[in-house]
Design a binder for this molecule. Sequence first.
Ligand code: NAP
Length: 246
Amino acid sequence: MNKYGLLGKNISYSFSRNYFNTKFERQNIDAVYENFDISEIEKFPEIIKNNRDLKGLNVTIPYKESIIPFLDGLDKKAKKIGAVNTIKINEDGKLIGHNTDYYGFKNSLTPLLKPKHKRALILGTGGASKAIAYALKKLDLEYRFVSRTASKKVDFTYKGLTSDIISSHQIIINCTPLGTVPKIEDYPNIPYVGITSNHILYDLIYNPEETTFLRFGREKKAITINGLQMLKLQAEKAWKIWNRKS
Ligand code: NAP
């Protein structure tokens, strides 16, 4: 039986295991999907060694970047993005990294876009934010990074954000974990007063369905979207990659 799985840390809550095992059952696919919860990335080669029937893996927090040195190659997009969320294990045992977060985000945002949506703010600079930036670039949208810490790659810190900056960036994407279950009262500290009905607030978080960040957006009549569609789209894209002839 073919085996697939999710690589990450503290992932018992994960969406993917349930999603894929339900899919396998419904579609009569003779396969199984397991969680591989490791405390450090150095334990990854052991998983490959002990699971010869593995055909593919999803990768989540905090290993999307640290997994790269353990792989035999990267597809073009994953290389440009600098983060991997899908690994295909080829017949010859070679491990190839892909990024399907990019695809999931781009395809879930596109139907919401209007000509008035020109500039974006990306909150957080972790693994997911890189795929988001790449998708925005491909959609010809300007974007700026917001971080807790000033650096060359960062355009604003939270302290430097004003309501004018918020008003002039019509797409705001939460790529931080702030607001995830169980700490659902948390939210990124931005001046929400600048948000209008011209905005799209996109939260990569999908649990809870409506984060405090999205609720603040809805209260200002912004369009809001959570991370569930992105998650499903990236999972199906990963499935296609795993089943492609390499
Ligand atoms: P990550 O690598 O841990 O990065 C998150 C970033 O958020 C950090 O780099 C940090 O940026 C910022 N951050 C962390 N703690 C913070 C805090 N207490 N206050 C303010 N900012 C904080 O995580 P990730 O892999 O990028 O994922 C980010 C979120 O997206 C997670 O909730 C994840 O579950 C979700 N996600 C969803 C999907 C989907 O398909 N829906 C896909 C990927 C990820 P700075 O240090 O620059 O502030």
